[in-house]
Design a protein around this ligand. Sequence first.
Ligand SMILES: Cc1cc2nc3c(=O)[nH]c(=O)nc-3n(C[C@H](O)[C@H](O)[C@H](O)COP(=O)(O)OP(=O)(O)OC[C@H]3O[C@@H](n4cnc5c(N)ncnc54)[C@H](O)[C@@H]3O)c2cc1C
Length: 410
Amino acid sequence: MTTAVIGAGIIGTALAYQLQKRGRNVVLIERDAPGKGASYGNMASIAVTEFMPASRPSIWKQIPGWMLDPEGPVRVRPAYMPKLTPWFLRFIAASRPSKLRELEAQGAVLCQRVYDDLMPLLKETGLEGELSEEGCLSLYTDEVEFKADREHIEILERFGFPYEVIGRQAIKALEPELSDKIGMAVLFPQNRSMRNPYQLVVRLAERVTALGGKIEQGEVVGFERSEGMQAIRLKDGRRIAADEVVIAAGVHPAKLAKILGEPVPLESERGYHTQIMKPGISMKHSIIWPARAFMVTPTAGGIRVGGTVEMAGIDAAPDYRRSKITVKRAREALQNLQCENFTEWMGHRPAFPDTVPVMSSSAKTKGLYYAMGHGHLGLTYAATNARLMADLITGAKPPVDLKPYRVDRF
Ligand SMILES: Cc1cc2nc3c(=O)[nH]c(=O)nc-3n(C[C@H](O)[C@H](O)[C@H](O)COP(=O)(O)OP(=O)(O)OC[C@H]3O[C@@H](n4cnc5c(N)ncnc54)[C@H](O)[C@@H]3O)c2cc1C
């Protein structure tokens, strides 16, 4: 049985690897090189405590204020506003209290099994040592700021995720570089980080070929179907025969899904990072400061600062003022952070308005599957997505009910 997986980001390569291991004859098709999309420059966090829907009122009520602030954590480019409206209306619809409860549970059930799926994958790729031992510190100046984030903690409590509230002295003991401005923090011990998330994609792609799978460079532009899938068509005219096709193309599947008669509201939540090679400080934990909307992760090549959401579609040029804003904010927490030797990067988080991914067979075509829309948590979810999708495709019973993640839920 030949299975074509379209897109060699972390989602596609991890799934291609699982399928090849289970005896499928996999062709992984990538128009660029494996791992050069969103999976290249994310914040490297296995962020199991960040599954809550973005559409909760405490977030969207702040959006109008953020929009007026050019340095705010969310920015919509005015020219993109009309195109974004249908997605945004669905986003608001996903903010009903009963809907929020469902979405939280759908994110939590995936996050609860992340390490069960990830650790074997890291072991098999020889990257176990690339996962940090330390967790993530969520920072607050004081009790008032902490209380504003209380809803987040309450959701985690409900699903049994561990956390520890610590004060100034304990913060200093864990991360001496943190400023005295930080009066409180919450330690999330399970939010560990990869030293280099790109390397995981590269290793997985190597494992796919080592097990007999193929990687083809080319852009998928069309499909051949009769009863079920037959082949895919590449832009350069090539045809690749496939009995099964999985669309795992990051932020790009909307075009492909439309051709296949299953349109989906997938948008890019663009994010930026600044990789500082000589930061002048060292850190063990990653940090997030919810009120300032940035994250800092210690990585293999120095320190990575990132965050912010920019809605401007797939094609607009990056606006690196966004990455400069996050560095400016990071320096409020890390006053000795130096930023001389650095690179900047922009990537597309593939986001559905209700936050949860699609992990699904097609509702219309036999042999067609979708793995997309993992949003802010694609690295976190990759191993779990691969496990669940491989079960679905090979006819095993997935340990999680996949109904909520269906492609025809929109
Ligand atoms: C700034 C930022 C920080 C982030 N931080 C984190 C984090 O800390 N933790 C976390 O879990 N997640 C994080 N994410 C999210 C995570 O990076 C993404 O969810 C994840 O990388 C998506 O993986 P993917 O494989 O779906 O997409 P991608 O990595 O974008 O891969 C998709 C691939 O498909 C290819 N492709 C597209 N169309 C076609 C076609 N027609 N034919 C052939 N190939 C095609 C593309 O070239 C690309 O290589 C972050 C994202 C950003 C932008």
